[in-house]
Design a protein around this ligand. Sequence first.
Ligand SMILES: C[S@@+](CC[C@H](N)C(=O)[O-])C[C@H]1O[C@@H](n2cnc3c(N)ncnc32)[C@H](O)[C@@H]1O
Length: 201
Amino acid sequence: MSFDRVAWIYDQLAGLVFGSQWGQVQQAPVGNLAGKSRVLIVGGGTGLLLDALRDVEKIVFLELSEKMITRSRNRGSHLQVDYVHADFFEWETSEKFDAIVMPFFLDCFGTEKLEWAILKTRTHLTENGELHVIDFQPASWWKNSLIRVMYLFFRLFSSLEGKALLKIDGAIQNTQFRQKSQTFFCDKWIFYSVYQPNRIT
Ligand SMILES: C[S@@+](CC[C@H](N)C(=O)[O-])C[C@H]1O[C@@H](n2cnc3c(N)ncnc32)[C@H](O)[C@@H]1O
């Protein structure tokens, strides 16, 4: 999978589909992330989230697409951001994060990798760390149809691994996380949820 081919037009495409709500959706986690020491953003794309982030000591921005990283760097964020060009599934670190943000990242995969990503996330979180996910959920028929078109587009131009939208929230809650909060955008087409790992007793 590579988003290199679509990086140059990604924000314009998103703007076309979601209009002015796109910025709002991308920056949904901003308030909850304020005051965190270490935040990891996985598959952060063109870095729209960075524009509004404040009061975060350290940000690691992990992306598989070099062109997406370049676009994010060119935003000229006021923040100190450590860019990591890597595949999340192969990335190794002993560092733990207070929050891991996955904006429209988990929808890129099929069932197996979705579960793998969620489990891996757990290993990179501090004890009270949080997983912040923004993603799609099934909605009206025309929105579901639009999702199918988006999957076709990204499978064609980015070799997207996922073939269809999975129940991401359910998969996370079935994989040792509990939901702390949830908000919706675009008539419940998009959710932003915060999860914490279940305590092992
Ligand atoms: C659907 S885009 C979402 C981009 C952005 N976060 C947004 O909200 O619009 C998925 C992003 O995840 C990145 N990605 C896909 N697989 C990845 C992996 N295994 N490791 C790191 N990043 C990955 C892609 O390069 C792409 O930028």
